[in-house]
Design a protein around this ligand. Structure first.
Ligand SMILES: [Zn+2]
Length: 124
C-alpha cells in the first residue's frame, strides 16, 4: 500500500484510486481501415516494463479525474504525477535494480541488461 498524490486533491491512500494501465497508448487512426492485427496490438499488447513506467490512474473515491504517474515497477515508488495531455517529466538517476538488491545481470530484469557481443539473451 502506498500514498498517491492526486494532482487535483492532494495526497490520498492508494485505496481511493483505480489503476488504468499503461499511459500514452495512441488509438489507431482511420479505424475503419485498420486490420485485425493492428487492433489486437492496440487493445491487448502492453510493454510490461520493469523499471520506470508511465501509467494511468483515476481518483475513483475522490474527484474521479484521470491522471498519469511515472512509477518504478520494481520498487513501487511513484516518481512523478502529471495531468492527462501533459508529457511525462524526465526522470534522471532512477535505479532499475529491485528493492531486494538483485544484480542487474542475471536478475531477469531484461530492461537493465546490457548484452556483450557474442552472448545470448534478449535484446531490447
Ligand atoms: Zn482527486
Amino acid at each position: 500500500m502506498f500514498i498517491i498524490e492526486c494532482p487535483y486533491c492532494g495526497k490520498r491512500d492508494q485505496n481511493e484510486f483505480s489503476y488504468g494501465g499503461e499511459a500514452h497508448i495512441a488509438r489507431p487512426t482511420n479505424s475503419d481501415i485498420q486490420d485485425d492485427e493492428t487492433w489486437a496490438d492496440y487493445v491487448f499488447l502492453r510493454s510490461n516494463t520493469k523499471g520506470v513506467f508511465a501509467e494511468r490512474w483515476m481518483h475513483a473515491a475522490g474527484c474521479r479525474k484521470w491522471f498519469n504517474a511515472l512509477r518504478n515497477t520494481a520498487s513501487d515508488k511513484i516518481l512523478a504525477i502529471y495531468k492527462q495531455g501533459e508529457q511525462p517529466p524526465q526522470i534522471a538517476g532512477e535505479d532499475l535494480a529491485t528493492p531486494a538488491g538483485e544484480p542487474v545481470i542475471g536478475s531477469g530484469n531484461d530492461a537493465t541488461k546490457v548484452l556483450q557481443p557474442g552472448t545470448a539473451g534478449v535484446v531490447k
